[in-house]
Ligand binder design. Structure first.
Ligand SMILES: CC(=O)N[C@H]1[C@@H](OP(=O)(O)OP(=O)(O)OC[C@H]2O[C@@H](n3ccc(=O)[nH]c3=O)[C@H](O)[C@@H]2O)O[C@H](CO)[C@@H](O)[C@@H]1O[C@H](C)C(=O)N[C@@H](C)C(=O)N[C@H](CCC(=O)O)C(=O)O
Ligand SMILES: Nc1ncnc2c1ncn2[C@@H]1O[C@H](COP(=O)(O)OP(=O)(O)OP(=O)(O)O)[C@@H](O)[C@H]1O
Ligand SMILES: N[C@H](CCC[C@H](N)C(=O)O)C(=O)O
Ligand SMILES: [Mg+2]
Length: 492
């Protein structure tokens, strides 16, 4: 990571500050202040950062950034939008980023697309990276993140490190929280992509319009004029987003069934993937995508669109889709149970919104000769209005529903389960996630599929404020192992 200590005046462009200390770092958390730091006193959702100015000064802050009227004993930089100012200053203090950064937003599909872009660029010979829910990755570099779109200081520390390592292409997820909190406003985007918008995060956004408008910022404010925006035209909200993009003078690259640039003509499920027939210009491509589920095809096309818009020939990019690996925990086959008359697949998926539950169940249906059993819960301290809708989508698309705990966080797990079950009153309720997975496995017969939804790649389950190790795939594999050895013993 590059940090360029700067005089406060040079960093902020402000003069007449009285003192002009050299700033060596910055943070919005008083607990992370070190001598020489600028402390950003941000009004938050729970607390007011201005209340922590004395602690920041005690820890050695040389300056404070805050709303007009902020008082401190060190120089104060007043700003009507201190979050935006923090993002701009972080980009200056930690300079450097991959030359090409593509931002990906939408309710579902961001992580998958970021991962696919990283792989495609890599296959085309670039040093490529991805940043988002799974963490930050580039060749020889892995960094754990607590957020899909981290705070601006962390973003620019990571981007600056990636640039130092020679990363030239980066796909990064830009969440609606990130957009409404200006976390990524210091990033220079060349490209952006939109997947879809359906209900999520209405605990944070006052209404759906606010959620939509936050996502729109990526295209109308962060992507510069003349930049290209790739849109999945089959995604909910894509028409309105497309109009906003065109109105703002950004170039629209559309993919999907009604895509102008890449048109999906036909798709069919295969035992181990999806067949795609596409048209781009006058050329037709018949491909075998090694990923299960139509939604993966949508995401792969958006990724291909970004890579083509980054300057690669479509004829070179398309065949590479046949080599994509799925993102961890997204419709991933965890294990199989074998019976005398056939097998039953156990899949792990990260569906944690009503639309994703519906989509994931539709995606897996062609792979179930018999029943689909779904295990789901809902995260605590998150949008509670989506819970009954998730339950309803589960009941509509599966043959049997088991409602269990996701990450209850600081909420009462039983109360969350009750809210999910408002949408699926006939579901079986099993609080412990491991017990629920075991019950799901024991239900399986030949031709059935078990879909364990909601936690995907996650390596822990957060109960209260403590995160216990828990990974759906590993737990499922261990329990399948137990069942197999039990069956072997019974059969012996
Ligand atoms: C709702 C939300 O997004 N909150 C984020 C926001 O917190 P906030 O500004 O509201 O914080 P607050 O607790 O009210 O405190 C106000 C200020 O006082 C400061 N403070 C507080 C205590 C103290 O002792 N000293 C101090 O300086 C805080 O650092 C903060 O700057 O800014 C914080 C610092 O960046 C984030 O850690 C925090 O994320 C919370 C923990 C969170 O859970 N966020 C999730 C919902 C989130 O951002 N998710 C998105 C979307 C995921 C997806 O769709 O995939 C993500 O990008 O991950
Ligand atoms: N294009 C899509 N349309 C609808 N559902 C999708 C799509 N892509 C993925 N999904 C569903 O959403 C889940 C999460 O996918 P992914 O992690 O790629 O999305 P995300 O936008 O990064 O999610 P998050 O907001 O949690 O970071 C998948 O496991 C799948 O169930
Ligand atoms: N980035 C998403 C992930 C949710 C995953 C799910 N397992 C949950 O805990 O709700 C969020 O923080 O809302
Ligand atoms: Mg993600």
């Amino acid at each position: 990571m590059t940090t360029t200590p700067m005089k406060l005046s040079a960093l902020t462009g402000r003069t007449g500050l009285g003192q002009d200390p050299e700033i060596t770092g910055m943070t919005a958390d008083s607990r992370a202040v070190q001598p020489g730091f600028l402390f950003a006193a941000l009004p938050g959702t729970k607390m007011d950062g201005a209340d922590f100015i004395p602690q920041a000064e005690e820890a050695g802050a040389f300056a404070v950034l805050g709303l007009p009227g902020t008082k401190a004993n060190v120089p104060v930089i007043e700003s009507d939008n201190p979050r935006l100012a923090l993002a701009q200053y972080a980009a200056k203090l930690h300079p450097g980023q991959p030359a090409l950064v593509a931002g990906v937003t939408g309710t579902n599909g961001k992580t998958s697309i970021a991962r696919f872009c990283q792989q495609l660029w890599g296959m085309l010979g670039h040093k490529a990276g991805s940043l988002g829910t799974l963490g930050a990755y580039a060749a020889g570099y892995e960094y754990t993140l607590r957020h899909t779109t981290p705070d601006p200081v962390e973003i620019h520390q990571v981007l600056s490190t990636m640039a130092t390592l020679g990363t030239s292409h980066l796909a990064m997820e830009v969440s609606s929280h990130g957009l409404s909190q200006y976390r990524a406003d210091g990033v220079k985007f060349s490209l952006a992509a939109f997947t879809n918008i359906t209900q999520d995060h209405l605990d944070y956004h006052p209404d759906f319009d606010d959620y939509f408008n936050a996502k729109k910022r990526l295209f109308t404010e962060l992507l510069p004029e003349g930049g290209t925006a790739v849109v999945n035209v089959d995604g909910a909200g894509s028409e309105e987003m497309g109009r906003a993009i065109a109105k703002a003078g950004r170039i629209l690259f559309s993919v999907g069934r009604k895509g102008a640039d890449i048109r999906l003509i036909e798709t069919a499920p295969l035992p181990d993937g999806t067949s795609l027939s596409l048209e781009a210009g006058d050329t037709r491509y018949d491909l075998h995508l090694p990923l299960i589920g139509y939604f993966q095809a949508e995401n792969a096309l958006v990724a291909a669109g970004l890579v083509i818009a980054s300057g690669h020939d479509i004829g070179r990019v398309m065949p590479l889709l046949e080599k994509l690996d799925g993102a961890p925990g997204r419709m991933q086959l965890a294990d199989e149970l074998e019976f005398a008359d056939g097998k039953a697949g156990v899949y792990v998926d990260f569906a944690h919104t009503p639309d994703a539950i519906e989509t994931a169940l539709k995606a897996i249906r062609p792979h179930a000769e018999n029943r689909i059993i779904i295990i789901l819960g809902a995260g605590g301290d998150r949008d509670n209005r989506k819970r009954p809708l998730m339950g309803k989508a589960a009941a509509a698309g599966a043959d049997k529903v088991i409602v269990t705990d996701d990450n209850p966080r600081t909420e009462d797990p039983a109360a969350i389960r009750r809210q999910v079950m408002e949408g699926c009153p006939d579901a079986e309720e099993i609080g412990g996630r491991e017990a629920a997975i075991m019950a799901g496995l024991k239900e399986l017969r030949a031709g059935d599929v078990l879909l364990i939804a909601g936690k995907g790649h996650e390596s822990g389950q957060t109960v209260g404020t403590v995160t216990h190790p828990f990974n759906d795939r590993e737990v499922a594999q261990r329990l399948v192992g137990q069942l197999k050895s039990q069956n072997d013993q019974d059969g012996a």
